[in-house]
Ligand binder design. Structure first.
Ligand code: CU
Length: 358
């Protein structure tokens, strides 16, 4: 469009036109053509969602996060707020993919997690990568799924449910995310059975463990260790255990304790889609990781001066720039869905690209 208009102007130039008009118009055409070409190249690669879209209404006009909004526990949301969140999450499941052209935007996020999984787990980057991934998810909900800009991501504080996780109201069909898989269905990916109740009943998923494998989103609660069904081991989340995690003296110890049984345990026990690198297939993924991010935030807040730059431990082994060591300046990748985010950009949640608190 723009190029065409400039060309018309060019063709209207008569020999008597001012002599400097011609070079200026030519420059305009070149710049416009370059911009359009760059945009189309971006579309082709799928990197449509860029960081400039991550507008946050609570940032003041000078870009400072003056009044960070609070991320809240799922059950403190009003019924209306819960409905708004669920509706946005459901929209994510029908918006067409922009990354692979296969499936939905939801599948795109799942794909990113399984793609980067080996680099963003069991290493120092576990916490910042997932914090950044939550930011990517939240932004996509707001830019593509009508999630209101003044709302924040909810989290699930499973500590409140540790004595009976499987009966937590988070799995309610009416006010939660649906429950266990349907026992009359055959075992699917990850030994899960199709979830047939709640807002995500019969949700179709494209990926499983890096492969295209269309299936119904599945769960199969299992008490880890005894293999008893319809139960989830809550001892990992008992107050005394979580107290030890909270008192971890340094980043590496904290990250290891949090990622180990605390993070993994729930993946193993909900099973199905959740027990895999394609765990983001289960919408509970975002609330689980919200809680883990909250625990990191709390741990940092105990000594923010020191802990907002404390980042070390196990280097990532594969697919990572500078993979033999770790640095606050490491780039974390989100495939072609998003630009790179450096670790230092997410060490605080009230600065730079992030603006929230717990
Ligand atoms: Cu993960």
């Amino acid at each position: 469009m723009v190029v065409y208009r400039h060309r018309k102007q060019l063709s209207r130039l008569s020999p008597g036109s001012s002599p400097w008009l011609f070079p200026i118009t030519l420059t305009c055409i070149l710049i416009t053509t370059c911009l359009i070409t760059a945009y189309l190249a971006g579309l082709a690669k799928g990197s449509i969602i860029t960081r400039t879209q991550s507008h946050n209404p609570t940032l003041s006009h000078d870009g400072r996060c003056t009044n960070p909004p609070t991320r809240r526990e799922w059950r403190t949301l009003t019924t209306r707020e819960q409905r708004i969140y669920i509706n946005a999450a459901l929209r994510l499941q029908i918006k067409p993919s922009i990354l692979t052209g296969n499936g939905t935007l939801n599948d795109d996020l799942v794909h990113i997690h399984q793609l980067i999984g080996s680099a963003s787990h069991k290493s120092a980057s576990f916490l910042p990568w997932h914090r950044a991934f939550l930011h990517v998810y939240e932004t996509i909900l707001k830019t593509h799924c009508e999630y209101p800009r003044d709302m924040t991501l909810p989290y699930w504080n499973w500590e409140l449910d540790w004595s009976s996780l499987a009966t937590s109201s988070i799995f309610s069909d009416e006010t939660g995310f649906g429950g266990d898989g349907n026992e009359s269905y055959p075992l699917g990916p990850g030994d899960g059975r199709c979830v047939t109740t709640g807002p995500f009943a019969y949700s179709k998923r494209l990926w499983f463990e890096g492969k295209v494998k269309p299936h119904c989103m599945g769960r199969r609660f299992v008490y880890f260790g005894t293999n008893e069904g319809n139960a989830i081991n809550g001892s990992w989340y008992a107050p005394e255990v979580m107290g030890r995690v909270r008192r971890a003296p340094d980043y590496q110890t904290f990250r290891e304790m949090l990622e180990g049984t605390v993070h993994n345990g729930l993946h193993w026990s909900i099973r199905g889609d959740f027990a895999s690198f394609s765990a983001a297939n289960d919408p509970i993924f975002w609330l689980h990781h919200g809680q883990l991010d909250r625990l990191w935030w709390e741990w940092q807040a105990r000594d923010m001066e020191v802990r907002s730059t404390e980042y070390w431990g196990v280097p990532v082994e594969t697919d990572w720039p500078g993979a033999t060591t770790w640095s606050l300046e490491d780039d974390m990748t989100f495939g072609d869905l998003w630009g790179n985010i450096t670790v230092s950009e997410v060490m605080r949640t009230d600065e730079g690209i992030l603006c929230y608190r717990y």
